[in-house]
Design a protein around this ligand. Sequence first.
Ligand code: TYD
Ligand code: MG
Length: 498
Amino acid sequence: MKICVICGQKSHVIFCDRFALIGVHLRQKNDSYVIGTSVLMTKRPSKTRNVYICNACGVRLPKWSGQCPDCGAWNLVEEAPDLPAVTGRSGHTGIAAGGGEAVLLAAVSPQEHTRLGSGIAELDRVLGGGLVQGSVVLIGGDPGIGKSTLLLQACASLGQGHPVLYISGEESPQQVSLRARRLGLAGEGVRLLPETCIERVLATAAAERPRIMVVDSIQTLHTELLQSAPGSVSQVRETAAQLVRFAKQADTSIFLVGHVTKEGALAGPRVLEHMVDTVLYFEGEAGGPLRLIRSTKNRFGAVNELGVFAMTDRGLREVPNPSAIFLSRHESSVSGSLVMVTREGTRPLMVEVQALVDESPLANPRRVTLGLDQNRLSMLLAVLHRHGGVAMFDRDVFVNVVGGVRITETAADLAVLLAVLSSYRDHPLDADLAVFGEVGLSGEIRPVPNGPDRLREAAKHGIRRVIVPTANVPKPGIEGLDIVRVKSLHEAIEAVLT
Ligand code: TYD
Ligand code: MG
């Protein structure tokens, strides 16, 4: 105990060893003491300032700018009041008295997650084996892709055992009920709340204490704390932060529906993605029946896990054997088409890669990819020229992955190059041939993870011959499968295109 030089009280004065006294005690409303320097405290602004927030990336700027210096987006910087974040900092530079006690990592006993089955196996798969209690799941996707349909189906199933609260900011209860009827869902245990104000949503949730809550969509919610329009980055951030806090406190699992903007990003993407536990994205071809759900972040399971659904007139139906659906069976072998075995998440998947190489009238020939990385294609074509001796400088090259699947792994490299070469030479490849492998810059074929898994999947679907990296070949071999091991691009071309 020392005496405060400012108010003379005998309590809680902290001395600094270097400078005689830097802190004086400040009594807060809740009777706790914090240390702050007197200079800083007298300089605290009394009225709220305005800051500028980029609506694309959420960065805070001190002044307005036409282009965001952080993400480069144009005309998305907006003025907003500089309120302290609801979840965040206490607003002063002092150190709070009586901080929390740190514990030894080894002494912490891990808590087993309680998982709730959603009744939809493919959804449980992308969630890592069921919905973890108290977790927050963000579901993103284009408008009309099936987010509300999937969640309504999941709610109907979850509602049979647990209380579910469905917050609908976009559709009226009549519209939701009409959809449920059309899907043949009873809706027992599911309570609807058409509401867009987060404070009222949380008040209802606190009273009803649901085990599962669905918010459709986060962009329609607003908080009374902020003036900006619903859907703006600051609103999305604040409302999501309040929901995440509620989920952890009340041990309620929350599904947040998030819309994807034209550029393919969720509004306030960075902000939302790091706040939630799991991020799921809908993929799929517009107009096609297939819908894929990919987990891009999961604190409770594998990422890049893929759930496959088909949109029918009775809602989303699971596709338990997706490999069969992604392989289009041609009556005769065609050039430019090749089957590859990818591994998305924890299961292998057979997909067809198609390439078209055509003479180009353009000075800069086109490199177009659907479901693959375009820069990777340019790189592979350079490897093909340098190590395979085939130049494509005067050709347009189009590559497509059939069925709207997006392949994020490098195991597609070899399939892409062989499909391109097959189209270029108009040399059809066998329908019972499959390949996988990464192509290195020096023309070597590099191994990819889980080779035996992929080979077994190929054998299961009637593939007879595979071209794979040497290191991926299992010792005992696989029955009915002729495994050709290749070390270089040159060897791979020799094996299939001669
Ligand atoms: P919806 O779930 O409303 O999309 P989101 O919430 O992602 O915006 O999906 C609507 C689309 O799904 C719409 O185009 C119609 C189609 N659909 C069916 O094909 N069958 C169905 O049984 C349902 C309910 C919707
Ligand atoms: Mg919807």
